[in-house]
Ligand binder design. Structure first.
Ligand code: PMP
Length: 449
């Protein structure tokens, strides 16, 4: 049965007639009958073209941290738009936004703005390579760092059976169109595996330009770093003069105002920010420690962007950071997220479903399988069929996490404890339905029905 009501189906037809597969980002296409068209969003809710309301647990895959159409941010953006947006010169709001970012994250010396996470990581990698005069990049399995050629290896779409041995992993290229040569500049490693990391540095430490890492697996169930892992990256990068790039595109301004760096007590050389920085407006940043700034100021390493630091993006960042620092937004996100994580774990226990809720209250995943995954390879045992059937049932009940279980659930400051009750009830009912359909409903529930 299609997810689309009649008006949504009509609109998706129009979308398909004009946009390739009806979408502007490949990940959004869920098939001709299940890709929704959204009319509007407000606070913690979105509405499709048929007027169906959903509690939004996708939060645009991260950016919506305050809630959709936050009035304070909207007002700031409208005012900025009235005063002109892009000038080919540094502008007042850009300076104010940079001050606000540096004050929030604390550890960095300077930033540069970009528009998207992809641009930020692409420039961060070029800077690291230009700084150290080395080419090799280390990334972790299941981590996503944007849509450019440097990093599309062993992201969360890669089949775990094709990744080779843990100590000698094979980088899995996830797209056509990337020159073969690029692959030779990338090494992939299992997340949370200090031994594999140490091994690679022992063999190739002086060839490594940078290690790029998400502080938590924001594109693979929200798996958190084990104690000592990020510290090991920091230590080895310092020892071998490689650059540590912390990709905070999902965690930045979401795990708290200081992002993953603050949460896990690690100081990178470069970090990349995007999503929650603008509460839905395209604004991103590359943040740099003092050494990196010095290297960059010498010149010769290109970074550019016509729209970077534009007035609307800057206004969105200033207003979002203002709300995040002067209201109880993080307390609300934490309260709702924690209640959801605990409630979901209770439901799994009650229904005898093997599984774990993983991650942070602002960004967590539900793994249906044995044990507690600490890295991408552990996710091979996830029961994606059961998960998808459950989320399908939740969406039909007006609650919308991403249908793909690798993408975490996101909470925002507009979600309420009333929403939590509705979400848990919808999940509970949808899970019972999915288990019954799979013929694996526990007997105590069978009798109750
Ligand atoms: N890094 C991480 C950790 C991400 O999750 C993403 C997007 N999901 C990106 C980079 C790329 O950001 P964007 O889509 O804004 O280009």
């Amino acid at each position: 049965m299609s997810m689309q009501g009649p008006r949504t189906a009509e609109w998706f037809e129009r979308a398909r007639a004009n946009l390739v597969n009806g979408v502007s980002s490949g990940f959004r296409y869920l098939g001709d009958e299940d890709t929704l068209v959204i009319d509007r969003g407000q606070g913690g809710y979105v509405w499709d073209m048929d007027g169906n309301r959903y509690i939004d647990l996708q939060c645009a895959w991260g950016p919506i941290i305050l809630g959709h159409a936050d009035p304070f941010v909207t007002e700031a953006v409208v005012t900025a738009a009235r005063e002109g947006t892009t000038f080919a010169m540094t502008q007042r709001r850009e300076v104010e936004a940079a001050e606000a970012v540096l004050k929030a994250i604390k550890w960095a010396d300077r930033i540069r703005f970009t528009n998207t996470g992809t641009e930020a990581t692409m420039h961060a990698i070029r800077l690291a390579r230009g700084w150290g005069g080395r080419d090799l990049i280390v990334k972790f399995e299941g981590h996503y760092h944007g849509a450019h050629d440097y990093v599309l290896f062993t992201t969360a779409g890669a089949p775990p059976a094709h990744l080779g041995s843990r100590l000698r992993p094979i980088p899995y290229q996830v797209s056509s169109g990337i020159p073969d040569a690029i692959r030779s500049f990338v090494r992939t490693l299992p997340f949370n595996d200090i031994e594999a990391l140490q091994d690679l540095f022992d063999d190739h430490g002086h060839e490594i330009a940078a290690v790029i890492v998400e502080p938590a697996c924001g594109n693979a169930f929200g798996i958190l770093p084990e104690s000592g892992f990020l510290e090991a990256i920091r230590r080895l990068c310092s020892e071998y003069e490689a650059v540590m790039i912390l990709d905070e595109v999902k965690t930045g301004f979401r795990f708290g105002i200081g992002g993953g760096a603050e949460t896990f007590g690690v100081t990178p050389d470069i970090a990349t920010y995007a999503k929650s920085l603008g509460n839905g407006f395209p604004v991103a940043a590359i943040a740099l420690g003092a050494d990196m700034v010095e290297g960059w100021q010498l010149g010769g390493i290109a970074q550019a962007g016509t729209f970077s630091g534009n007035g609307v993006a800057s206004a969105a960042a200033i207003a979002t950071l203002d709300r995040l620092t002067t209201t109880d937004a993080y307390d609300r996100i934490e309260k709702v997220g924690r209640a959801l994580m605990e409630g979901i774990q209770r439901i799994l226990v009650e229904y005898g479903v093997e599984g774990q809720v993983l991650g942070h209250p602002s960004m967590f995943g539900i793994f249906f399988g044995d044990g507690r995954p600490t890295e991408y390879r552990d996710l091979a045992g996830h029961d994606a069929r059961l998960y998808t059937a459950m989320v399908d049932g939740m969406i039909r009940r007006g609650v919308m996490p991403c249908i793909d279980g690798r993408e975490p659930w996101f909470t925002c400051a507009s979600h309420t404890m009333e929403d939590v009750a509705v979400i848990l009830e919808a999940m509970s009912d949808a899970l019972v339905e999915a288990l019954a359909r799979a013929g694996s409903l526990p007997s105590h529930l069978d009798e109750a029905e």
